[in-house]
Design a protein around this ligand. Structure first.
Ligand SMILES: [Zn+2]
Length: 311
């Protein structure tokens, strides 16, 4: 996990930022100008042209634009895309990176993962060099989050915590983080305490980031490829995966999804074809607690699209 973690109310405000940092964000001037005022940063450059699902060309363009400008640190301020760009830039240049999530769910500020597109295909990359030098988790950013983003992020965090707990790579320490993350996220969602989400998501990031997600995430990408948001796709996919794995979290995860009122998913491509896309995803499937065959995947997909797994 990052060497330095600043967490809690006013964490982003009280942090002392290095001079001549480059802030990277996906959001609009109207929104980030308020954020910058809050965090009280002076003496910085800002790059606000990052688009969601960033491509490697975008990362290289930023690197080129700021070469020779003595940037002391990158500050990723925003959702996953801003942080992913920072992570990759940091790997390319060796410049330190500070990550400040404003939507809470992926726990990306804690992990060695980054998602970058190469030739229009999203790729999940893992590298120790992606790890933040400092992560700042401040619930200040939570209230402005639209309900749909909040709901999808909360589902992603709960899914990561519970899949990470069951993962074959889990050890007693990662299980400790995943278990605590799930308890907090469940309390936040079921008992309407959204201010607990940032802490739950952060712990989830530390837990799953050191053990990996499994079948639920593997199943979800065929839905993401057809435009379903990541967290939304996980509602049904992780529920069905937990049932398949006989996870201790099956009923509790389903209850979270019911509370968040997710609808069943649809898939345009035939299940057999989708299973062929999922099977090579060894990064997720090999870490699943029990072996998964192509037939198992077809059965899970059928339960997702033909039944109502959240009922
Ligand atoms: Zn996820």
């Amino acid at each position: 996990m990052p060497k330095k973690i600043a967490f809690g109310d006013n964490a982003a405000k009280e942090f002392s930022y290095p001079k001549n940092s480059l802030i990277i964000t996906t959001t609009t001037h109207e929104i980030y100008s308020k954020w910058l005022e809050y965090i009280g940063i002076t003496n910085y450059e800002i790059y606000d042209k990052v688009t969601p699902d960033p491509a490697i060309e975008a990362v290289e363009a930023i690197k080129k634009e700021y070469e020779g400008k003595n940037i002391s640190a990158y500050i990723g301020l925003g959702g996953g895309s801003s942080m992913d760009v920072c992570k990759y830039l940091g790997k390319l240049t060796g410049i330190p990176k500070i990550l400040i999530p404003t939507t809470f769910g992926t726990g990306a500020e804690m992990t060695t993962y980054a998602v970058i597109s190469f030739e229009h295909r999203k790729k999940l990359l893992q590298d120790e060099a992606f790890l933040a030098d400092a992560a700042i988790v401040d619930p200040y950013f939570l209230p402005g989050t639209p309900f749909n983003i909040m709901r999808n992020s909360a589902c992603d965090a709960a899914s990561q915590a519970s899949e990470g707990y069951d993962s074959k790579l889990a050890n007693p320490l990662t299980k400790l983080f995943c278990r605590e993350a799930f308890e907090i996220l469940e309390d936040a969602i079921v008992n309407d305490k959204p201010n607990l989400l940032p802490y739950g998501a952060m712990l989830s990031g530390i837990g799953f980031g050191n053990s990996s997600t499994t079948l639920g995430h593997a199943l979800s990408y065929v839905f993401s490829n057809e435009g379903v948001p990541h967290g939304y796709a996980l509602s049904s996919c992780t529920t069905v995966a937990h049932k398949f794995n006989r996870s201790v979290y099956y009923e509790r995860f389903k209850r979270i999804c019911q509370k968040l009122k997710f609808e069943p998913l649809k898939l345009k491509q035939p299940l057999d074809q989708a299973a062929d896309v999922i099977m090579p995803d060894r990064g997720h499937l090999d870490n699943n607690p029990i072996p998964v065959t192509k037939q198992d995947i077809i059965k899970c997909l059928s339960e997702i699209v033909n039944g109502n797994p959240l009922e």
